[in-house]
Design a protein around this ligand. Structure first.
Ligand code: KIV
Length: 270
């Protein structure tokens, strides 16, 4: 039986998400502002205010310079636009390097926004952070596999889970996060066999992005899935809309009408 059918009719809680594992795939998209959050409201189970906004909205080459202030501002906007999905604030690089900073910054996230959870990147080496947050009543979404905040230290974006040893290491990461109290885990950029093995190994939901169809849910970055972000397109991104082309074509028409004095016509004039 479906927990909710096509549209999400009620506020999604951590309990809803926990119950969906093995029952119904979880949908999550990113949002960065109230305008789009409102469009996504009632359509998806979860919204992630991802630090990917530092690239798609702020124009940086990676996510590393996103700040806590930036994440709070955008999460406030998303919470103003959407009321039904479970909203997650992505903790930016450097905001959870130790337990004290993690709790201090995540407490700010709870006090200054209506986010229901925060997300942190890292496996077993960050289990202490996830535990500290959970023990301080802050719900945590883990993030393992390809972790964008490690792009500089890893020397690029690298697909994980290509051999048995790495799959085992990813399973250990997932189990450590579950044991530390994470309510779900984003699994990014891993071979589909690894996505399945991780999903089978834990009793909390996995939400895949480039991790195959066997994860308990799927997440995409909205500006990628709707074709607005043109800098690059990872293999796992399905473009459901050609946003950049549509915007450019329509702006061309606006420009031409303004230059030719066709706009504003009588219809648009007082
Ligand atoms: O920042 C983000 O948008 C993310 C997704 C890639 C899951 O972390």
């Amino acid at each position: 039986m479906s927990i909710h059918t096509e549209k999400v009719a009620k506020k999604v809680t951590l309990t809803t998400i926990a119950r969906m594992k093995g029952v119904e795939p979880i949908t999550m998209v990113t949002a960065y502002d109230a305008l789009f959050a409102k469009l996504f409201d009632g359509q998806v189970d979860m919204i992630l205010v991802g630090d990917s906004l530092n690239m798609s909205f702020f124009g940086k080459d990676d996510t590393l310079s996103a700040t806590m202030d930036q994440m709070i501002y955008h999460t406030q906007a998303v919470c103003n636009g959407a009321t039904l999905p479970l909203i997650v604030l992505d903790m930016p690089f450097g905001s959870y390097t130790n337990e004290i900073d993690a709790v201090k910054n995540a407490t700010r996230a709870y006090q200054e926004t209506n986010a229901q959870a925060v997300k942190v990147e890292g496996g077993k080496e960050r289990a202490n952070i996830v535990r500290a947050l959970s023990q301080n009543s802050i719900a945590v979404l883990g993030h393992i596999g390809l972790m964008p905040q490690f792009v500089r230290s890893d020397g690029g974006y690298k697909v994980r889970g290509k051999n048995e040893e790495d799959i085992q290491s990813l399973i250990e990461d997932a189990k450590a996060l579950e044991e530390a109290g994470a309510f779900a885990i984003v699994v990014e950029g891993v071979k589909s066999e690894a996505g399945k093995a991780i999903t089978d190994a834990v009793s909390i939901p996995t939400i895949g992005i480039g991790a195959g169809v066997d994860c308990d849910g799927q997440v995409l970055v909205w500006s990628d899935m709707f074709g607005f972000f043109e800098a690059f397109k990872p293999k796992f991104v399905k473009q459901y809309f050609n946003g950049a082309t549509v915007i450019k074509e329509n702006l061309e028409q606006f420009t031409s009408e303004v230059k030719n004095k066709a706009f504003p016509s009588d219809e648009f004039t007082y």
